[in-house]
Design a protein. Structure first.
Length: 331
């Protein structure tokens, strides 16, 4: 991870030790990565679910995780292996404060792991946002983002930003470039809702990525480029019809959908109840219906849940507007 700036410059110009707090509690949201047609370059934040981090300043040096709740014992307590603590430590080191004091972290997972809703990114963003808030917010969100991307790399082996960028920035984000990093916020049309269903089936992110072809036919690439451009245009024009017909994936969805039981049936249900579009959230198995109203999103999630119940597949459902705030301080 590259240093944001030299520690000496940061301490001299931005760190006011009188502004350092004793404790903060932060919520960071789940996200829908890819937005169906924008693999690794598009994503948006939702209102719920999400993760919660409580960070406390202590005299003992170092970063420690004192508890993790809601993970069924799946996440590491080792501060070098957990994204929340590893990223927080790097921020402290880069700001020249790692030898001044330590922090203790409590992580509460309010969202399922391996859901395709950015579980690791929500925790990472909550931790990075929390340590910055603890220090009196010396860094901008743009400066915090590289730390979050490194957290994703630690969590899943690939430092992509389509989850952490919207989770940190809020709203809908476009990753125009990774080298150099260039994040573009996109408009959020009023009344845009997501109906999300998380079927309780296992689709590991790494496995889902391995299915993706290294090369795609030019004709498919052209269709995908047109859809991404159409989606961006639709967001700027507040044109839901254009948004709906643009959110189609001819490259990733055909191969990933085979890992998700009842995908075709769920898609048919969503479209029959008025979804603008329907596809996979991130690497799955969560699926998302984009709608023009909260009522339609609720109807779709209920209908899909009823269908999955008949197939004896448990699931979680969420209905949310686009979260334009991103992480927030609690209490």
């Amino acid at each position: 991870m590259n240093e944001v700036k030299s520690a000496e410059l940061m301490v001299d110009q931005r760190i006011n030790k009188d502004n350092i707090l004793n404790q903060v509690r932060v919520f960071a949201p789940a996200t829908v990565a890819n937005m169906i047609c924008g693999f690794d370059v598009l994503g948006f934040a939702v209102e719920a679910p999400g993760d919660e981090v409580t960070m406390t300043k202590v005299k003992q040096l170092g970063v420690r995780i004192t508890s993790i709740k809601g993970d069924d014992g799946r996440l590491p307590l080792d501060p070098e292996q957990n994204t929340v603590s590893a990223c927080a430590m790097k921020v402290l080191e880069d700001l020249g404060l790692a030898e001044e004091f330590g922090v203790e972290i409590e992580l509460v997972k309010h969202m399922p792991i391996g859901s395709g809703l950015g579980s690791s990114s929500a925790s990472t963003v909550a931790g990075v946002f929390a340590v910055n808030a603890l220090l009196g917010n010396p860094l901008t969100k743009e400066e915090l983002l590289p730390y979050c991307i490194e957290g994703e790399k630690l969590a899943c082996g690939h430092g992509h930003a389509d989850n952490v960028a919207p989770a940190l920035m809020g709203g809908i984000t476009l990753i125009r470039s990774y080298e150099p990093l260039d994040i573009v916020p996109l408009p959020v049309p009023a009344g845009m809702y997501a109906g999300i269903v998380f079927p309780h089936v296992d689709v590991p992110t790494r496995d889902a990525r391995q299915l993706i072809k290294e090369r795609v036919p030019l004709k498919d690439a052209v269709v995908q480029w047109g859809n991404v451009a159409g989606l961006v245009a639709g967001l700027y024009q507040n044109d839901f019809a254009l948004i709906g017909r643009s959110m189609q994936d001819v490259i990733i969805e055909p191969v990933r959908a085979i890992l998700i039981p009842q995908f075709a049936e769920m898609k048919a249900i969503a479209m029959s109840y008025g979804a603008l579009s329907f596809g996979i959230s991130g690497s799955g198995p969560s699926v998302v219906a984009i709608t023009q109203s909260e009522a339609v999103a609720k109807t779709i999630t209920i209908a899909i849940k009823n269908h999955l119940d008949k197939q004896e597949i448990d699931c979680n459902t969420y209905v949310s507007a686009v979260n334009t705030e991103g992480p927030r301080l609690l209490d």
